[in-house]
Design a binder for this molecule. Structure first.
Ligand SMILES: [Zn+2]
Length: 263
């Protein structure tokens, strides 16, 4: 009996101590919570203002006022596309016997490139060959779209060419844009690269006027003779190759060409 009494006394005492400890812990937890709530933002690693945030996240407007600068309507990044031969008197570029002109093909491709890049969040200017805006033109990238001759020379007269602007303060940027367009255009269109970039391409007139920071390239999308089918019937594929090339540059993606090395 006495043993049992002693046992129950001891367990009663233990329960008492246990309650004390629990009470201390609960208080400690409560105080810690209070500290967390009132800790400034910087000390809570920017996760929020306190525990109440978890239950009632601040509205976007409140967030803007509290932690972030008020959002402003910043212009979207700009990309320029020159439509080869557009706006030129009596110069439509290459002309096929049936009346198809390089200008027709360039226009179709360029407007699709514009559409594709706009949907990715960019502002895209379609520029004429001698566009006044080209003087001092400042953009992330400028691509001039052309196509090659409709004359049948030989079976080698197929494929695309891409060249950087010679007159640039940043050849590294222009060369990266070339690599990106080369890599994505090859991948998307499966057209071969046609070696032999001409002086006409690298010292292309429109590039001499632009801002020297603007990365600029000229692309000959294919030959109107042997590549006519893809150029005319699948301008979406041609445009997709160019748009993806520009995006590769803008987004700093890996631009290693599929297999062959660059010219
Ligand atoms: Zn041309």
């Amino acid at each position: 009996m006495s043993n049992k009494e002693t046992n129950s006394e001891i367990s009663g005492e233990r329960l008492h101590i246990f309650r004390h400890i629990t009470w201390i812990f609960l208080n400690a937890a409560l105080i810690a919570t209070m500290f967390t709530i009132f800790t400034p933002l910087g000390l809570t690693m920017g996760f929020g203002n306190g525990i109440e945030d978890i239950f009632s996240p601040p509205s976007a407007a409140e967030q803007g006022n509290q932690f972030f600068p008020t959002p402003t309507n910043r212009p979207r990044p700009l990309i320029g596309i020159v439509v080869g031969h557009w706006g030129r008197q009596d110069d439509f570029g290459a002309v096929c016997p049936d009346g198809l002109t390089e200008l027709d093909v360039n226009k179709e491709v360029a407007s699709r490139v514009q559409e594709a890049l706009r949907s990715e969040g960019f502002d895209v200017d379609l520029l004429k060959e001698n566009d006044e805006r080209l003087t001092g033109y400042k953009a992330i990238a400028l691509v001039s779209i052309h196509a090659d001759s409709c004359v049948f020379y030989n079976l080698e007269a197929t494929g695309f060419k891409v060249a950087a602007a010679m007159a640039t303060a940043r050849p590294d940027k222009a060369n990266r844009l070339v690599s990106c367009v080369y890599s994505r255009y090859t991948e998307v269109t499966q057209l071969p690269y046609h070696a032999g970039v001409t002086d006409d391409m690298s010292s292309y007139h429109a590039f001499e006027e632009i801002h020297t920071d603007t990365a600029a390239v000229i692309i000959e999308t294919g030959f109107l003779n042997l590549d006519r089918q893809i150029l005319v019937q699948h301008p979406d594929v041609i445009a997709d190759g160019i748009a993806k090339g520009i995006l590769c540059y803008v987004r700093n993606e890996d631009a290693s060409p599929p297999n062959e090395s660059l010219p």
